[in-house]
Design a protein around this ligand. Structure first.
Ligand code: ARG
Length: 457
């Protein structure tokens, strides 16, 4: 197979070196974008007077044919080719001979690869953002259908206070909304056309960059050729956005794994989402959730790889940069696959109300409400905290429940107690008592759900 270079060489390059430097196995994914860009580049060459109308028509016809062949999976790429740009040019040369030789004027693979990668990122990040939106809708549906279900909230993985299940889910929706913002900002910043930079200093070929940008859908044009061929900030930014997304995924997966465990038993996950054990016949494990938790490590690793690849790298293009795709593409694929799994999962999650009701019988969950009750009676909070702490200690030492105490016993701890204190050990009363605008108060949460339903129609 032909190479894009060779004139200066006296010898053939060793096969092992060619193999080592080839990127075809990873960059063949860019075929569609490289063809799209090559068609527009040919048009720009025609505008610059370097390619005739007839030659342009021939180039476009063959590139479209190649694109169709890729779509229909009719293309076999041999392993000994250097990269996707070489493959596409070779295809053209085979069909058009001399005309095809004209296509590379005014560009280098250094700027060419950046055009293709940026086009790929724009398309695939839109897909990821779309899937995050779909996942939010699926979570919202559960929140809406179970608006008034109450579960224990945890701090330090210990029972804290009662909370609406929907309030809990909205916490995750908030995280995912921030993820969308972060990834959208990354798309906005990478939406810059690097063409015209050629190898690194620009080109004497008078390319109409506004025309190219418009045709390819870029909203800005790069203003520095050195920066354009060596900038990979956008990849670090995407991987950072995806790392934060996966950090959220891993926390969500961990919550769901805990809730699905026998000890918590807060949710059921449909069988179709679980896998079995080869030895223990009773097992229905949430392996997919564990893999989501595990996959976050791959994305973090890829973020560190790109940062390390770029550290101390001199301007402008260096071949090290070819490796960026090995970190970017698998991360994007993992994100897409993970989102599909989560969308599927949320359709299948059910809350085990009976066992949740049992958990809610734990009186510890209401102790803070009792302290606030004393505050309303006029006791300074720090003192109320101390008093309730003592009552609770008394209960533990005497193996009794708070609600088993008589009013006269309670009055020994504080004269401010009255009968109403016993009604506080109630999950509905607890969530209803919260009034701050970010609280788990059912009216506030219900309003929030309505707003979200409008936002994610
Ligand atoms: N395949 C390379 C990349 O992905 C582009 C080739 C640039 N090669 C070169 N010798 N300048 O970055």
């Amino acid at each position: 197979m032909g190479k894009m270079w060779g004139g200066v060489f006296n010898k053939n390059v060793e096969d092992s070196v060619l193999q080592y430097t080839s990127s075809i196995n990873i960059d063949k994914l860019l075929a569609k974008f490289d063809i799209e860009y090559s068609i527009v580049h040919a048009m720009a060459l025609e505008k610059a007077g370097l390619v005739s109308k007839q030659e342009l028509n021939d180039i476009v016809r063959i590139l479209k044919e190649l694109s169709k062949n890729f779509e229909e999976n009719n293309i076999k790429i041999s392993e000994d080719i250097e990269d996707i740009h070489t493959f596409i040019e070779n295809y053209l040369i085979e069909k058009l001979k001399n005309t095809a030789y004209k296509l590379h004027a005014g560009r280098s693979r250094n700027d060419q690869i950046m055009v293709s990668v940026r086009l790929y990122c724009k398309q695939d990040l839109e897909l990821i953002i779309d899937k995050i939106n779909k996942m939010i809708k699926a979570i919202l549906k559960i929140a809406d259908a179970n608006k008034n279900i109450i579960i224990p909230a945890y701090t330090h993985l210990q029972h804290a206070q009662p909370v609406l299940f929907s309030h809990y889910l909205i916490a995750y929706i908030n995280m995912f909304k921030r993820d969308i913002e972060r990834l959208s900002e990354a798309v906005n910043r990478l939406d810059v056309l690097p063409a015209g930079s050629a190898a690194c200093t620009g080109t004497s070929v008078n390319l109409d960059l506004d025309f190219i940008a418009k045709k390819l859908g870029f909203s800005k044009i790069s203003d520095n050729s050195l920066d354009a061929v060596s900038d990979r900030d956008f990849i670090a930014e995407i991987l950072s956005g995806l790392s934060i997304l996966f950090m959220h995924f891993s926390r969500l997966a961990e919550d769901l794994i805990l809730w699905y465990s026998q000890e918590f038993n807060i949710i059921s996950i449909d069988e179709s989402f679980c896998t079995g054990s080869s030895i223990m016949p009773h097992k229905k494990n949430p392996d997919a959730l564990e893999l989501i938790r595990g996959n976050s490590s791959k994305i973090y690793g890829n973020l560190f790889s790109i940062l390390t690849l770029l550290k101390g790298l001199p301007l402008s293009y260096n071949r090290d940069l070819q490796l960026d795709k090995e970190f970017l593409f698998p991360s994007i694929n993992t994100a897409v696959g993970t989102l599909d799994i989560l969308i599927f999962l949320f359709d299948k999650v059910k809350i085990n109300t009976e066992s949740v009701d049992k958990l809610l019988k734990d009186e510890k969950l209401y102790i803070t409400d009792v302290a606030e009750f004393l505050v309303y009676k006029g006791m300074p909070f720090r003192e109320a905290h101390e008093v309730i702490g003592k009552v609770y200690k008394h209960c533990v030492e005497n193996k009794m429940k708070f609600s088993d105490m008589s009013l006269s016993e309670l009055k020994k701890f504080s004269g401010l107690f009255d009968d109403k204190v016993f009604s506080l050990f109630n999950p509905n009363k607890s969530v209803n008592s919260k009034v701050t605008l970010n609280s788990t108060n059912p009216d506030i949460v219900s309003r929030k759900i309505s707003e979200l339903l409008k936002e994610f129609k």
